[in-house]
Ligand binder design. Structure first.
Ligand SMILES: Cc1cc2nc3c(=O)[nH]c(=O)nc-3n(C[C@H](O)[C@H](O)[C@H](O)COP(=O)(O)OP(=O)(O)OC[C@H]3O[C@@H](n4cnc5c(N)ncnc54)[C@H](O)[C@@H]3O)c2cc1C
Length: 344
């Protein structure tokens, strides 16, 4: 187990709520870090709809989800210029322990001591949805990759991407210049992806130069190889005709499943798989606050805008709880010395 240095605040979840909480902690002079199960920051915005426009975030007439995540990251980063965003990704928090007067958040491999906790876990920890075909299970790690972490590792390889959403098309578009070939396979001809990316991939397939192919109404029917994958058999879901394709990497892009896991057993006020919070974002356990989609209260709206406000309340309360001489109210950012203004 790797044990990390203690922080004032540890934020579970790096979605928009968690990212704004990280910024707010910096503004209040509290040390903080994010722990997230996903390999990238941004929560639902990154995992589910990076290319969609959002129209109801204050100050933006419209903003692409991925651009909002980038800006939130930039905003939080101003307090961490030298070290970069303090985030621990690919780490799913499973335990909340108490030790020597502070908390410890526990993942499979790491321990994160912390004086207070902000739970911004949204709809739970995401993990990539696996291929439903039983025969596929043994090929994970031997050619089937659940996540793309290093695009460069697909250089000069024959890649098969399964799915019809944004992730499938985005990776098809991104890998087509690196990989020897990219084949996209989807069970229907209806795509849930950004129209411009669909057009780009379809145009590349129409060039018929062996670099990009799209097979609609097909699904994977068998995987071949010994140590690693060397090819797959595809089946036409309408005619049942099959064809074999050589490939050495299979990337299922089938979306994510989310799971709240053990979080519901931490002695918090839980109502229908959500954390019932007070107007101060208290959870029923001293020193543990919550914000964003994971919370419930009368009149709750599951929106990014609500998450921002709740993050500010949770962090201000947590800072005051840890350091009672620090006020709950932060003052106006336009007056704060931390931003180089004079009336702190
Ligand atoms: C398709 C779609 C379109 C949407 N459009 C809009 C819109 O136009 N406007 C709007 O306001 N809202 C929109 N939403 C809703 C919005 O995305 C959510 O309200 C927002 O993402 C909530 O942010 P969050 O940070 O609270 O949670 P999330 O974004 O869900 O982030 C939570 C993070 O916590 C992590 N996590 C959870 N449990 C653990 C754990 N145990 N350990 C480690 N990490 C954990 C997850 O991996 C995740 O990254 C949309 C949602 C969808 C799906």
């Amino acid at each position: 187990m790797t044990s990390h240095p203690i922080r004032d605040l540890t934020i579970i979840g790096g979605g928009p709520t968690g990212l704004f909480a990280l910024f707010y902690a910096g503004m209040r002079g509290a040390s903080a870090q994010i722990v997230d199960a996903l390999p990238e920051l941004g929560g639902q915005l990154t995992a589910l709809y990076p290319e969609k426009y959002i129209f109801d975030v204050a100050g933006y007439p419209r903003v692409l989800a991925k651009d909002l995540v980038r800006n939130l990251t930039e905003q939080a980063k101003q307090f961490h210029q030298e070290t970069g965003i303090p985030s621990h990704l690919g780490q799913r928090v499973a335990g909340l322990e108490e030790e020597d007067g502070h908390f410890v958040l526990v993942t499979e491999t790491d321990r994160f001591p912390t004086r207070a906790v902000v739970i911004a876990a949204g709809i739970g920890a995401f993990s990539p949805r696996k291929l439903p075909q039983a025969f596929a299970a043994e090929w994970y790690g031997r050619g089937v990759d659940a996540l793309v972490s290093t695009p460069e590792s697909y250089r000069d390889r024959d890649v098969l991407i399964i799915g019809g959403g944004d992730s499938a098309f985005d990776w098809c578009a991104q890998l087509r210049d690196k990989a020897k070939s990219v084949t996209l396979v989807h069970r229907s001809d209806r795509f849930r992806a950004h129209a411009a990316t669909v057009s780009e991939v379809q145009a590349a397939a129409a060039a018929n130069d062996g670099k990009v192919a799209v097979h609609t109404f097909h699904e994977i029917d068998a995987i071949f190889g010994s140590e690693r994958i060397t090819g797959v058999r595809l089946k036409d879901v309408k005619t049942k005709a099959t064809r074999e394709i050589a490939c050495d990497a299979v990337l299922p892009m089938l979306g994510y499943v989310s799971d709240l896991g053990t979080l519901l057993e931490w002695g918090l006020d839980i109502e229908k798989d959500e954390i019932k919070v007070s107007t101060s974002m208290e959870t029923g356990r001293d020193g543990v606050y919550a914000a964003g989609d994971i919370t419930t209260y009368a009149g709750k709206l599951k929106l990014i805008a609500s998450g921002f406000s709740e993050a500010a309340i949770a962090v201000n309360q947590a800072v005051h709880w840890i350091y009672p001489d620090k006020k709950v109210a932060p003052g106006h950012s336009s007056n704060l010395a931390v931003f180089g203004q004079k009336d702190d």
